[in-house]
Ligand binder design. Sequence first.
Ligand SMILES: [Zn+2]
Ligand SMILES: [Zn+2]
Length: 478
Amino acid sequence: MSRVARSAAMTAAVDAEARAHLLRRDRQEDLCFALWHPSCGATRLTAVIERLILPLAGERNVHGNASFEAAFLERALSEAAAAGGGLALLHSHPLGRGWQGMSRDDIAAEQGNAGAVFGATGRPFVGLTLAGDGSWSARFWERSAPRTYPCAWCGTVRVVGDRLTVHYNDQLAPAPRPTGAQMRTVSAWGEAAQADLVRLRAGVAGGGSVGGLIAEAFVRTGFEDVALIDFDHVEEHNLDRLQYATRDDIGKLKVEALAAHLKPRATAAQCRIDPIAAAVYEEDAFRKALDCDVLASCVDRPWGRHVLNLIAYAHLIPVVDGGIRVRTNRLGRLTAADWRAHIATIGRPCLQCIGQYDPGLVQTEREGNLDDPWYIEGLPDDHPLKSRQNVFTFSMACASQQMLQMLAMTIAPLDQPNPGAQLYHFVGGFMEPHVYGACHAECLFPSLIARGDSCGVTVTGKRPSSMAAGQSMATLPG
Ligand SMILES: [Zn+2]
Ligand SMILES: [Zn+2]
C-alpha cells in the first residue's frame, strides 16, 4: 500500500509546456522554475504547479548540465512571493527513464537554495525532474531545524488533463503484484495498466446506491486505498437499492455498513478502506478528499457537488460525477428515467456549467433550508430535489457508466480517454450524442485552476443543524 505523504500535480498544458522547454532537440539538460500552491490533504501535501517561469536570455547556461544565474533565481523568487506561492525548480535528464534519482549537482542546486527559497516564500523549495521518456519525479526540501533542509520525496507526480497520468515513486508507492483473484481483470488491460490504476487513491463521496456500487467496483478491481465519505444512516427504505445493506444494518452509518461489506470483497493483497462519517463539505472530510487522486461524486445535493467541483479544478483531482432522474406522470406511471455520467476535470466543462447543480441552492443548503419540508413542498413537482423515485437497476447502470468514464480517463484504451459527457434514456433506450465542451465564459472555476489552497474560495462549513447526528432527511434517493 501507498505511503504517499507528498505529491506534485500539474495540468496537461503545464506538462506539455515543460516538455517542450526541457526536452531539447540537442539532448542537453535544461531547466526552468515554476510557481506552485499547496493543496493540504489530511495526510498528503501536494505542490500544485500553477505555471512555469521560463528563463530569459542569459538567465541560464546549457552546457551538458544546465545551471542558472543568480538573477534568474531572484526574478523567480519575486514572482512566486508576489503571487503568494512557492517556488519549484524543474530540470531534465534527457537519457533518463522512469522515476529519477539526484546527482550531486542536483542536490547542490536544490538543497543549496532551499533556505533562500523558504526565506522568500515561506514554503519549501520543490524540485522536479523530467526524464527523457516523459516521466516526472519530485521532492520537497523542508526545513527541519535552522539551516537544515532534508529531502522529502514525493510518492507521486500527477498530470491532469483529458487523461489522468500518475508517475509513481516505486519506493513509496510500490507496484502491487496482481493477485490470483485479479487474473481476469489484469488480462483485460495488462499488468502495467493495472499497477498504475490500482495505486490511485480513490474517494467515493456519497454512500448511497450508486456510491456503494462504485466503491465495490474499486475494491474488486484491486484498488488498495479507498475512502468512503457519507454522514447518513441506513434506513429501511434504502434496502431496495443498497447492495451492501441488510435489515441488520438499519440505523448504522452507511460508511460503516459499506466498509464492512467491502473488506472481504477486496482483491488486493492489502486494501485500506477508510470510512469517513461526514459530509464532503465538512473541513475534515474535505481534507481527506484532497488526499485522493480521483473522486467519484455520488452526492445529489448542490453543496457537495460545489465542493467537489472546486476540488476538480483548484486541486487537480478529477471528479467522476453522475446522476439519475426519474419522472412519473399524474397517474404515478413511469415516463422517463435518465442517467448521466461525465468527469469534471481540466479541459472539460465543470459541474456547474453542465447544469449538475444550481449554485444558487448552495447557500440555501448551507442555511439548512433544503431540509425544510416547507421549502421542498414549495418546489415544482419535477424539481430534482423533490423527486424521490429510484430503482436499483437505474443505480447499477449509472454506477457502471461512471466507472466506465473513470476507466477511460485512466487506462485510455487506444489513446481515447474522453468519451464525452453521456446521457442515457431508459425510456426509448438510447444514448444521446456525447457532448464535449468547455466552461462558460463567465464561469469562475477556470480562473481557479491549479490554485490549490490559495484559490481564495472557502467552500467548507458546518453541517446545517437540522441535519444533526441521528436525524437523516431522506429527501433524495440515496
Ligand atoms: Zn539532474
Ligand atoms: Zn464551469
